[in-house]
Design a protein. Structure first.
Length: 175
C-alpha cells in the first residue's frame, strides 16, 4: 500500500463494514460511516504507522479492490512486539484488518490477500497469526476456519455506538 491508495482503501473499508456488519452493529452507525472521514484517519495512521506493521492492497483493472493490515500482536497475553516468548516460540503477528470490495467477496481476492499477509508474517519471523472476528460474522468465521484459523478461547467486547459488540480471537501457527 502507498499513500496514493488511501482514498481507495477507505472506500473498500467503509463499504466492507457496511456489508459485513449489517445486523451485527447498529444500522445508524453503519449508515453514518464516511469514506472521506475514514480516508482522513487512514492518512493520519499511514503517516505515523509503526515500521514493523505492513499493509497490502489487491488491485483489479488498476483499482484497489481489497486491503490488508498486519503487525505485531497487540494483545498482552500474546508475544509483545518481536520479542521471543519465554518458551522459545516465535512471536505472534496480528491481522488487524482484511476487507474486500463487497461485490468481489468470494472471488479469491480475500484469500490472495490473506496468503500474502501470511507470507509477510513468516518473512518477518512470526510463528503464529491472530485476528479478531465479530461474533455472528459467520462468513468471516468460515473464511478464516478454511484458512486454518481456530478460536483460541479469548473473547472481548467493543462498544459501537452504545451497543456491545462481542469478538472472538482466532489464531493459527505459521510453520
Amino acid at each position: 500500500m502507498t499513500e496514493a491508495d488511501v482514498d481507495a482503501v477507505a472506500e473498500v473499508r467503509v463499504r466492507g463494514w457496511q456489508s459485513a456488519y449489517r445486523g451485527l452493529m447498529p444500522p445508524a452507525y453503519l449508515a453514518a460511516l464516511s469514506v472521506a472521514e475514514d480516508a482522513d484517519r487512514r492518512r493520519e495512521w499511514f503517516a505515523r504507522r509503526r515500521p514493523e506493521a505492513w499493509e497490502l492492497v489487491a488491485e483489479r483493472s488498476g483499482g484497489v479492490v481489497g486491503w490488508l493490515a498486519a503487525g505485531p500482536a497487540r494483545d498482552p497475553d500474546l508475544a509483545p512486539g518481536r520479542r521471543e516468548l519465554p518458551s522459545g516460540r516465535a512471536p505472534v503477528a496480528e491481522l488487524l484488518a482484511l476487507y474486500v470490495a463487497p461485490p468481489l467477496i468470494g472471488t479469491g481476492v480475500g484469500r490472495a490477500l490473506l496468503d500474502a499477509g501470511t507470507a509477510g508474517a513468516r518473512a518477518r519471523g512470526f510463528g503464529a497469526l491472530s485476528l479478531w472476528v465479530v461474533r455472528g460474522n459467520a462468513r468471516a468465521q468460515r473464511f478464516y476456519e478454511r484458512a486454518g484459523f481456530a478460536p483460541d478461547g479469548a473473547e472481548r467486547s467493543e462498544d459501537v455506538a452504545g451497543r456491545r459488540v462481542p469478538e472472538l480471537r482466532y489464531r493459527r501457527p505459521l510453520p
